[in-house]
Structure formats: structure tokens, C-alpha cells
Design a protein around this ligand. Structure first.
Ligand code: FE2
Length: 378
């Protein structure tokens, strides 16, 4: 094993376990919050009531934003930031999928900084720390509870961009598997595959190290075993818990080693055509891996052998991955997503702008390589 120098970053406090949502009120008090701004997915009616009861019991003031139905635009980020600031909220909670968590993270820094989401999209552009943030994921996939990123769609430009700042790391994450039980089959599949992409991309990343490789291997093993169970038996709390944990450790891999080309190639599918983040990643994953087998042969064989329980060459692993995704009803081709073939040139231009993951990738993809991947995936 190659010994590299590395540092390790992780959300300071993680509470994991069934029913752990009940500590929310105490946690807000511990973090000296007096009025909480809660961002929660629109569909999570009963979790919203549960949260209100917990906060009422602790006599905590709060304001709830529950209008989010899809991936957030910069306008939504700016609106919620202004609202939280004018209401003098001094702590933020994100409850839901990656979108709610990302909005909550942005609100936290918009309360204390005067700019807009657009001003801070990019790397290291946020001047001051935000208010405390508590992240409570109800999907097992995006890993936003551990990352320093909040992604927003710029509607005019039809692009997606992240605020990437150390001030976006949450102070606290509450991982309660019971909150993921209500997740429908489709999002269970595509958010679960997003987590798998975080794990495998961080695993093969140029920036991987022996710590990230070991947690990413574990995440992949757990997802391979538990995602089909959670998909077919949504009430299986053990599978849901394993998925939530695997998603979290995969995101620690992501934070410390970085995602690679799959995420770069998937971003424009979301920005231009509204393809859900996890669906785009899952669809593209086998085609991207196929395009760089010589560069990642050893790692693919190693993880393939682990997951299959028998000696597994990269090609076999990729075939099995395709079957795995078909069983989760992940679309196989871009044409199924009603993306016109003529758009490939524009999508490629968009992907090339997502430069950091491409730079982490073990193979340097040229523009033509990327066009070839999209064509094979079409
Ligand atoms: Fe992702």
C-alpha cells in the first residue's frame, strides 16, 4: 500500500440510531440556538409534526420553510437566507434529502454574510462563518450532512454550482434510520446509488489514501448488500440503518478524497434537463468506469472480488453493476431520459467546466473521451 500524507475532516458530532431525532431540542440548546430556522422537504408531513413536538417540548422558537419540492435554485437560497435573517434565526436545521440540507447550509452563511448564493458559488468565497447547522438526512445518499458543499441551480444559465466553503461543514449530524423508512422506491434507489458513486469515485480518486479507501470499501460492501433489501422491503429498519451509515461514511470518503468524473459528467444533466443527481450519476457510472479500465484495473478487481465473493475482473464487475442497477430500475440510457442526442456537445462543454472532480480522476479525460462516454451511454 502506498503511504501518503493526508489529513482527515469529519462533521464534529454525529449521533446515529433509531429515535435519535429526539435529541434535536437539546442539541439546539447546547449549540446556544434561541430561534431555529428549519428547512424540511415538503413531502415529510409526519416528520414535520414530530419535529414540531420535539421543539415545542423544549420551548424552542422556530420558523419552518417547507416549500422545497426539487433541487433548489439560487433564488430559493437567497429567499430563505433573507427570511431567516429578517426573523433573527440563530441556528439552522436541514431535514430531508440533499436539497433541504443544502438550503439549510446556505441559509446558515447567508444569515451572517451580506452577499447572495451566486456571490459564494465556487471555492472558498464565503467571508465569515455562519450560524450553527444541524443536519438530519431522511435519504441515504447525498451525504450532504458531512460535506462542505451546497449545490444550487442557476436558472438563467441552466447550470448547477456549489458553494464550497469550510463554513458549510455542519456542527452536528443526526442520523436516525427511522426517518428514512418513508422514502419511496425511486429515491431509495437513486440516492442509494449516489452514495455508491461517492464511495467508488472517492475510492479510485487520485487523492484517495488508505483511510478513505478502507471506509469506501466498507460503504460499497454495505450498499451492495443493503440497497436491494431497502428497495424491495422499505420497512426493513436494519437495511435502512445500514444504508444511512454507508451513505455517511461514503460522504466522509468524498470529503477527504473527492469525487471524480462521474459527478462532472452528471452535473449538466441536472442543470440542463432536470435529471435527478443520483439518477444521472448511477446511469453514467458503468460507462465512465469502462472508459478507464486500464487506469483502475487493480482497484476494480479488488472491490469486484469483495462484492461478488469470487475472483472478479473489472469487466465482470461492470456487468454485475449494470445488472444491479437494472434491478433497481435505474434507467440504462440517456435516450430514456428524453435528452436529445444533439445536446451531447453542450452537455460535454458543461461537464468540462466541473473541473475539480475531473482533475481527481485517475484518467485525464479529453473532450473527445467525454463525448464518447455520453455516446455510449445514449
Ligand atoms: Fe453526489
Amino acid at each position: 500500500m502506498e503511504i501518503k500524507t493526508f489529513k482527515f475532516i469529519c462533521t464534529p458530532e454525529i449521533t446515529f440510531g433509531e429515535g435519535s431525532i429526539n435529541i434535536l431540542g437539546k442539541k439546539i440548546k447546547e449549540l446556544k440556538g434561541t430561534k431555529a430556522f428549519i428547512v424540511i422537504d415538503k413531502s415529510l408531513f409526519s416528520i414535520k409534526e414530530q419535529v414540531k413536538n420535539i421543539l415545542d417540548k423544549e420551548n424552542i422558537q422556530y420558523l419552518i420553510y417547507d416549500e422545497l419540492t426539487s433541487e433548489p435554485t439560487t433564488d430559493i437560497g437567497n429567499y430563505t437566507g433573507k427570511l431567516a435573517k429578517s426573523e433573527r434565526c440563530d441556528i439552522v436545521c436541514g431535514i430531508g434529502g440533499g436539497s433541504s440540507l443544502d438550503v439549510a447550509k446556505a441559509v446558515s452563511i447567508l444569515i451572517t454574510n451580506d452577499g447572495t448564493v451566486e456571490d459564494y458559488q465556487g471555492l472558498g468565497k464565503v467571508p465569515k462563518p455562519g450560524v450553527s447547522k444541524i443536519m438530519i438526512p431522511t435519504t441515504a445518499g447525498t451525504g450532504s450532512e458531512a460535506t462542505f458543499t451546497a449545490v444550487f441551480i442557476r436558472e438563467k444559465e441552466k447550470t448547477k454550482g456549489g458553494i464550497n466553503s469550510v463554513y458549510l461543514y455542519p456542527e452536528c449530524a443526526i442520523l436516525d434510520p427511522s426517518l428514512t423508512l418513508s422514502l419511496p422506491k425511486g429515491p431509495t434507489a437513486f440516492t442509494g446509488m449516489d452514495a455508491f458513486c461517492h464511495a467508488i469515485e472517492s475510492y479510485i480518486s487520485n487523492k484517495s489514501n488508505f483511510f478513505t479507501e478502507s471506509i469506501c470499501e466498507k460503504a460499497m460492501e454495505m450498499i451492495w448488500k443493503n440497497l436491494p433489501v431497502a428497495y424491495n422491503n422499505p420497512d426493513d429498519i436494519k437495511a435502512r440503518g445500514n444504508m444511512l451509515y454507508a451513505s455517511f461514511i461514503a460522504s466522509i470518503g468524498l470529503v477527504n478524497a473527492g469525487v471524480t468524473a462521474v459527478h462532472s459528467l452528471s452535473y449538466p444533466l441536472g442543470g440542463l434537463f432536470g435529471v435527478p443527481h443520483g439518477t444521472g450519476n448511477a446511469l453514467l457510472l458503468p460507462y465512465v468506469l469502462e472508459a478507464e479500465i486500464p487506469e483502475i484495473e487493480i482497484k476494480l478487481s479488488k472491490i469486484g472480488t469483495k462484492l461478488m465473493g469470487k475472483k472478479c475482473e473489472p469487466e465482470l464487475f461492470i456487468d454485475e453493476l449494470k445488472k444491479f442497477e437494472r434491478n433497481l430500475k435505474i434507467p440504462e440510457k440517456l435516450s430514456e431520459l428524453k435528452i436529445p442526442k444533439e445536446a451531447i456537445e453542450q452537455i460535454t462543454e458543461g461537464a468540462m467546466k466541473i473541473a475539480v472532480p475531473l482533475a481527481n480522476n485517475p484518467k485525464i479525460f479529453t473532450k473527445q473521451d467525454i463525448i464518447n462516454i455520453y455516446n455510449r451511454a445514449y
